[in-house]
Design a binder for this molecule. Structure first.
Ligand SMILES: Nc1ncnc2c1ncn2[C@@H]1O[C@H](COP(=O)(O)OP(=O)(O)OP(=O)(O)O)[C@@H](O)[C@H]1O
Length: 233
């Protein structure tokens, strides 16, 4: 699903440049649940931005679902981004004045899907994340865990090939974090390919494979025995 070969990225500030990704290689197969770990400044967000087609590498190859992602014009890049990728953020990024239902159906509007189908699909995914009864509530009326569930429903609504989650439990307490990870595990059990950036070891161990970044390089890439949420009690 994802092939990354010898990826490099530097940031330039005046005459200074910072080499952040120094030759990243990894593949992600369809149906994997992978965490990307590393200390602050190790390059996780830079890598995720490239994977999310929000930024481009300076050198190297990124192939997403057999499509080489390089020098695409903005319109085509946006099309692939919408088609291939779903995003989950630490701070949920919900629209505060829209209901949970409208937040989930919004991306479908931009895909040109008619209102009736938008609503049906949004309700289906809200049910899937256990929030059917909360569909008409505003984000301000929801707990952090519920907000993240809405954001997950929104990411799923357009049925992307890959979900990219940037510190999805970073704003949640421990118990709620495990519940959100349990939901992510369930979505992966159904076959969705998911990448999770986290700096929390217990969250990483709820995925199936941990890729460890240090100073812009992968220092470890291991399959782990997945811890299920019920084992955390
Ligand atoms: N747009 C930018 N311009 C200049 N430097 C940047 C930019 N984005 C990131 N950096 C620098 O690149 C390095 C890697 O940053 P990055 O955000 O990828 O790390 P990270 O592992 O995600 O860290 P964190 O866990 O703190 O989010 C850091 O030293 C950061 O200051």
């Amino acid at each position: 699903m994802i092939q990354i070969k010898d990826l490099h990225k530097s940031y330039h500030m005046g005459s200074n440049s910072l080499h952040v990704l120094k030759g990243i290689n990894f593949d992600v197969k369809e149906g994997e649940l992978v965490s990307i770990m590393g200390s602050s400044g190790s390059g996780k967000s830079t890598l995720l931005n490239i994977l999310g087609m929000l930024d481009e590498a300076d050198e190297g190859q990124y192939i997403l679902d057999n499509v080489p992602i390089k020098n695409l014009n903005e319109k085509i890049a946006a099309k692939y981004r919408n088609e291939f990728l779903g995003f989950i953020f630490q701070s949920f990024n919900l629209i505060n004045y829209k209901s949970a239902l409208d937040n989930v159906s919004m991306p479908l509007y931009y895909k040109g899907i008619k209102r009736k189908e938008r609503t049906e699909r949004a309700m289906h995914y809200l049910e899937k994340v256990g929030l059917a009864e909360w569909s008409h509530h505003l984000p301000s009326e929801l707990s952090g865990g519920q907000k993240q569930r809405v954001a997950i429903a929104r990411a799923l609504a357009s049925d992307p090939k890959v979900l990219l989650a940037d510190e999805p439990t970073g704003a949640l307490d421990t118990k709620t974090s495990y519940e959100v990870m349990e939901l992510i595990q369930g979505i992966n059990d159904e076959g969705k390919t998911i990448l999770v950036v986290t700096h929390e070891d217990d969250i990483a161990h709820m995925t199936k494979r941990i890729v460890n970044l240090k100073d812009g390089l992968i220092i470890d890439d291991s399959t782990v025995k997945q811890v299920r949420a019920s084992e955390h009690v």
